[in-house]
Design a protein around this ligand. Sequence first.
Ligand SMILES: Nc1ncnc2c1ncn2[C@@H]1O[C@H](COP(=O)(O)OP(=O)(O)OP(=O)(O)O)[C@@H](O)[C@H]1O
Length: 332
Amino acid sequence: MAIISAQGVEKTFRQPKRQSGLAGAIRSLFSRDYTEVRAVNGISFTIQPGEAVGYLGPNGAGKSTMIKMMTGILVPTAGTLSVLGREPHSNRITNAAEIGVVFGQRSQLWWDLPVRDSFDLNRHIYDIPTPRFAENLTRLTTMLDMGGYIDRPVRQLSLGQRMRAEIAMALLHDPKILFLDEPTIGLDVVAKDVVRKFLAEVNRERGTTIILTTHDLVDIEEICPRLIMVDDGKLLFDGELKHLRSALGSRRRLKLEFGTDPGPITLKTAHLVTDEGAAKHFLLDSEQTSILDVLTELGSGHDLKDVKLEEPDIEEVIRTFYKNKVQAGVAP
Ligand SMILES: Nc1ncnc2c1ncn2[C@@H]1O[C@H](COP(=O)(O)OP(=O)(O)OP(=O)(O)O)[C@@H](O)[C@H]1O
């Protein structure tokens, strides 16, 4: 049975129209005009227990709004949403015991208290049995390497340290689902790597279902086999990253490395995209074109040293996707 099910979910916000200038501000006090923003527009998907799903889209696409509805913070305007078999907003307390939430931009830790004290408060709030709390605390402290700062006040921590503590706090009560809204935002490369490896391990080893929103495509690549892409509140793609890649697979890159620069090369079977002299990058012109076709056309008169077929990187895949505006469900 699905752990999360969304069917035709919508969320519309009313935003007051602001009039410019002082006179406009005073007028707005007496007569308010509103514009309606449909942040989430008919989204449907189901998520099975143990999945790790990346929710991706440009600014304002409706990612945070969807997370807030799934965690019960916001109420959908239309559609049905079920998390762990319950309607999230009308079962907030019961739901909270079974989900963990991390908002990258907002802290759930107590700013002036040592990290350990925030954790201890959570033990009381969630009524976590002492042995289980002690076991989880030890495990999470080790896995996230928090031993050096767990007794320091949160305000003294670096962003990377704080984010590790936020994630640990969200997992202390063994939630079945972990929701993360932009968990790697603002982190440096090393901290991002620690967070990604940890989340992938929690999903793999403990079977915790993970839903995360991100702008960072590497988050998806390292944590989430499944990708849901949204734009302007609507679903654009729902499927495996590898399927998205192969749906756009005609854009495979071929790198030819020569002993010496052979000069410009023009081919019918492949399109030269980057010329670094002795290394030339081509895009294969169609899905049917094979490396052999390209090498046959190239002929034997070159000092060819190496041939590499490169998978398109995820950024390129998404860029192509947005450009083509492939409709939801076309990927295999
Ligand atoms: N509380 C609110 N009141 C009014 N409008 C809102 C509210 N929250 C979000 N919106 C609007 O809904 C749309 C979607 O916002 P949302 O924060 O869900 O997008 P997002 O994909 O998470 O964006 P970002 O990547 O920039 O965080 C935006 O146009 C935003 O201005």
